[in-house]
Ligand binder design. Structure first.
Ligand code: ATP
Length: 234
């Protein structure tokens, strides 16, 4: 579904991604784990068109999308739930959700998807007229995910959904990610919480200073000595 080949990204003189290759197959949850500053967010931003690569290829469903406008990438079926949620604080929950559907014209489909988001995230329904800035961190994460789902993506890019959340809430969010995947959405999940990410993913990549250093099934990586030492506190 998604193939990234020898991807290079620079911020001025900083070489943030140094020849990244990875793939995501339809139906999978693939996780990319790594420390602060390893390049995880940079990879997602480049795939979703927010950053331009300096080299390499990004192919989504046989279409080359590297360097294309973010809007056309959303239209192709790829949506990005960014790190730090980025909800619009002065708009209501429902207005934020509707923004996720701004490129769509299928009114009935949008309405059905809004109902689905409210079914999945009951707390958002209770708070649909509340200003998004007054939501708790966990609720804002749910809102950011709901907004990304309103684009009806085939592939959802999720950047650090666990950031800053209490353990119980992290569990709830990861359960929802699994449900979203089971109902047909492929997921590329970026996480610092390697333990949780490996517990729900099918496959995983480890990124260090802009390079993939390990890859395999999530259970293989969870058992690997290197991953245990560096990312699982073992
Ligand atoms: P985190 O979990 O802390 O967000 P990350 O793995 O997502 O880490 P990135 O945010 O992708 O890491 O950063 C990768 C590298 O690129 C880092 O060295 C970072 O300092 C650098 N970088 C990121 N954004 C910029 C920017 N706008 N300008 C210059 N350098 C940047």
């Amino acid at each position: 579904m998604l193939t990234v080949e020898n991807l290079n990204v620079h911020y001025g003189a900083i070489h943030a991604l140094k020849g990244i290759s990875l793939h995501v197959e339809q139906g999978e949850i693939v996780t990319l784990i790594g420390a602060n500053g390893a390049g995880k967010s940079t990879l997602l931003k480049t795939v979703s068109g927010l950053l331009k690569p300096s080299g390499g290829k990004i192919v989504f469903e046989n279409q080359s999308i590297g360097g294309k406008a973010a809007q056309s990438i959303v239209k192709a079926g790829l949506s990005h739930c960014p790190e730090g949620r980025r909800v619009f604080a002065n708009m209501t929950v429902e207005e934020n959700l509707m923004l996720g559907a701004y490129l769509r014209k299928d009114r009935q489909g949008i309405k059905d998807d809004l109902d689905d988001v409210y079914k999945r995230f009951g707390r958002l329904l209770e708070r649909k007229n509340q200003q998004a800035g007054t939501l708790s961190g966990g609720e804002q994460q749910m809102l950011a995910m709901g907004r990304a789902l309103m684009a009806r993506p085939k592939l959802l890019l999720l950047d650090e959904p666990s950031m800053g959340l209490a353990p119980l809430l992290v569990k709830e969010i990861f359960n929802i990610v699994q449900e979203i995947n089971k109902t047909g959405t492929t997921v590329l999940l970026v996480e610092q919480n390697a333990h949780m990410a490996l517990s729900i993913a099918h496959r995983a990549y480890v990124i260090e200073t802009g390079q993939i250093v390990l890859s395999g099934s999530a259970s293989e990586l969870a058992d690997s000595e290197e991953v245990q030492k560096a990312y699982l506190g073992g």
